[in-house]
Design a binder for this molecule. Structure first.
Ligand code: ZN
Length: 427
């Protein structure tokens, strides 16, 4: 009996070897498409076609078993209504996607790369939304707001760096980006554009495209780094470099890691960014201005981060980051900290710390445009003391320090008078 069980187990195992299997299915909903990613045990041969009335996208995977649980997918989504699968002849698996009218599918296979298995990617794009198009073409008003593009690194298939307690870089970057965007939008004369607004993948080239089409005046790309040495911590700020005048191997390795996002996130083979310098993007003078202003802005960001946050490198560093190629505007990439450090990982996932980081970048942004004469620093903020106020509670409310309030107002004693007017330091 025992022998028989052993035999049948062996037999089943052997029969699996020749066939591929779908081991997992993930779904990412982006504003302009929905992406399905199938993890495969090996490369497969497949057909993809559409059926109408009702609208369906059918994928036939030859010699493939379905081991994935599709019931966990968060459906329906704006494009994909439901998903089902069944066995076909000759060991094939058919997957049927019930989709909204006018959805067009696109698919491609990805080879094993950067710790990811063979994958089949299916992008479902809904019919172009004409209202959105019309809005984008509206003429710019005379008194144009300063537009800041805030780019949350990674997303969707690409988690970015992963912390020792499984915190994903893509989560932190989005949290900080949203906090920063909220601060920018609350500032008169400024407006934020989030390059990524949820958990989905945006390829590097499309990030730059989005920054340009938004007419952005500045671009801040937010990341968190990871290294083997767990104790390493602190922020660093990067701009695009022109050449290897002072080759920085560490920065170059970091850029290579960030540029690999396309490989992990899933870009149709052949469309990855291989080297942002391919088309000699540093050719003209207008773009060089962008480099100088990036350097200036990078210094301002570091100055702000240094106020109470650990810094890894005290000066801006330079490398070929594909996401920083909108050279006509100041563009910086901020590695806010090291997610590989367990203490920093814990801190990075708190809203309070994300806000603190966002605040530093926001203040740097304001001082940059104030220097450019494009943003008038507002009149000093005055706080009138109410019953129950303490210096501590006021400081917390305005996001400033108690000692700065004391200094600015020449306060010697702790006690406050109700009705007392206090000038608030610029946060
Ligand atoms: Zn990153």
């Amino acid at each position: 009996m025992l022998g028989l069980i052993a035999f049948s187990t062996l037999f089943t195992h052997v029969s699996h070897v020749s066939a591929a299997s779908v081991n997992a299915i993930r779904m990412w909903t982006a504003p302009d498409h929905t992406r399905l990613v199938l993890d495969l045990s090996q490369s497969v041969t497949y057909d993809l076609f559409r059926l109408h009335n009702p609208e369906r996208v059918v994928i036939d995977l030859q010699k493939t078993k379905m081991n994935a649980n599709v019931s966990k997918l968060n459906l329906p989504d704006p494009v994909l209504l439901s998903i089902r699968h069944g066995k076909q002849n000759k060991g094939a698996t058919r997957i049927v996607l019930d989709v909204k009218d006018g959805v067009s599918p696109r698919s491609f296979l990805l080879k094993r790369a950067k710790g990811k298995p063979h994958r089949l990617v299916i992008d479902l794009t809904p019919r172009q939304n004409k209202i959105v198009k019309f809005k984008a073409q509206q003429p710019k008003s005379k008194h144009k707001d300063i537009i800041i593009a805030v780019d949350a690194g990674h997303g969707g298939e690409d988690p970015g760096a992963i912390g020792p307690n499984k915190l994903y870089e893509k989560q932190i970057t989005l949290g900080i980006a949203k906090a920063l965007a909220a601060m920018i939008d609350a500032q008169t004369g400024m407006k934020a554009v989030l390059v990524r607004n949820g958990d989905y993948f945006v390829k590097l080239r499309n990030r730059v495209k989005k920054v340009r089409s938004a007419g952005a005046d500045m671009m801040i790309s937010i990341h968190a780094d990871s290294v083997k040495q767990r104790q390493v911590k602190g922020a660093s700020v990067y701009t695009l470099s022109e050449s290897g005048a002072t080759p920085d191997r560490i920065a170059a390795a970091l850029a290579a890691k960030e540029n690999a996002s396309d490989l992990i996130g899933g870009v149709m083979p052949g469309q990855e960014v291989s080297d942002p310098f391919i088309r000699n993007i540093l050719g003209d003078m207008a773009k060089r201005d962008g480099l100088d202003s990036s350097e200036m802005f990078a210094n301002l960001v570091l100055t702000q981060l240094k106020q109470g946050l650990p810094i890894k490198y005290g000066k801006p560093k330079h490398a070929r980051f594909a996401v920083l190629t909108a050279l006509e505007i100041p563009s910086v990439l901020v590695e806010v900290d090291y997610i590989s450090n367990p203490k920093r990982e814990r801190l990075l996932q708190t809203k309070a710390h994300q806000k603190k980081l966002a605040q530093a970048m926001f203040t740097a942004t304001k001082s940059y445009f104030a220097r450019m004469g494009r943003l008038h620093q507002s009149a000093p903020t005055i706080h009138t003391v109410h019953q129950g106020d303490s210096l501590w509670s006021i400081a917390k409310k305005y996001g400033v320090s108690v000692s700065n309030i004391r200094k600015l107002n020449g306060l010697k004693q702790q006690a406050l008078r109700v009705g007392q007017r206090l000038r608030m330091p610029q946060s």
